[in-house]
Design a binder for this molecule. Structure first.
Ligand SMILES: C[S@@+](CC[C@H](N)C(=O)[O-])C[C@H]1O[C@@H](n2cnc3c(N)ncnc32)[C@H](O)[C@@H]1O
Length: 241
């Protein structure tokens, strides 16, 4: 698999040897760093990394943004060899980055109640080469909970409907000192998660919204991009004590 970047910065994930675009047909040669379409447009050729996979993988429904994933990874403190329980998987965006940080010695189990979404998440994990690290389980966790034994997980991440109802189950599977992150779109739901963590005796409970602004540097001057700077969600964190 290769990633091709065109003259305008558009990115293409290519599994075969040929890419068909409006700029013509591009044939990708072994070990080439550049390629040209039959219409004369040039492309940079790279091996895809986890960021390329995240940006170009098939997705549906809401999808966690890098700014929120980054904060989750930083605030959970998970690293190589750790065990993380995640729900719901969606297209697998967060699960892919979790798998990337826990690595081959670690383990991520991501639960998803929708079979089609679970299958897409599995395919996306395959694109990222993480099938051996991240396992997708089809399950409604509100009805049936997690499979993991008590105190077995280093971290629990929740991004699903009514996630605040999963706090006691998250507490059950977390080891003492383990951390949880709950992503909610609406502030009422963030508050429900925050209050549920306090009620269950979690420490270090806080809710954060992350706002990022990309800069643009033009001939006329520099300023934050005027494109969409929208709300994504709130992140609520807590630590089992
Ligand atoms: C916003 S998406 C998750 C996005 C994903 N975390 C990401 O990184 O992009 C929410 C997902 O939770 C799933 N879900 C909702 N309720 C669930 C439940 N009770 N058990 C398991 N999955 C659930 C939905 O089917 C949906 O795919």
């Amino acid at each position: 698999m290769k990633v091709l970047i065109d003259e305008r910065g558009r990115k293409y994930l290519v599994e075969g040897r040929e890419l068909h675009t409006k700029q013509g047909i591009v044939r990708i040669e072994d070990d080439a760093h550049r390629a040209s379409s039959h219409l004369g447009h040039s492309f940079v050729v790279l091996d895809p990394d986890i960021v390329d996979i995240y940006e170009k993988m098939p997705r549906a429904g809401s999808f966690m943004l890098k700014k929120d994933i980054a904060l989750i990874l930083a605030c959970l403190g998970v690293g190589a060899g750790k065990t993380v329980v995640d729900a719901g998987a969606g297209s697998g965006a967060l699960a892919i980055f979790l798998g990337n940080v826990v690595g081959p010695g670690g383990r991520v189990v991501t639960y998803e109640r929708n079979r089609d979404f679970a299958e897409r998440a599995e395919r996306n994990l395959g694109l990222a080469g993480l099938q051996g690290v991240v396992e997708v389980r089809v399950r409604d966790v509100l009805d049936d909970g997690f499979d993991e034994p008590d105190s077995s997980a280093d971290a629990v991440t929740l991004d699903m409907k009514e996630s605040w109802k999963m706090i006691s189950e998250a507490k059950r599977v977390l080891r003492r000192g383990g951390r949880t992150a709950i992503y909610t779109v609406y502030v009422e739901h963030a508050r429900a998660a925050h209050e549920a963590l306090l009620k269950e005796g979690f420490a270090e409970v806080r809710t954060i919204e992350t706002v990022t602004r990309e800069m643009e540097f033009r001939r006329q001057g520099s300023r934050p991009k005027t494109g969409r700077v929208g709300h994504s969600g709130y992140l609520t964190f807590g630590r089992k004590v």
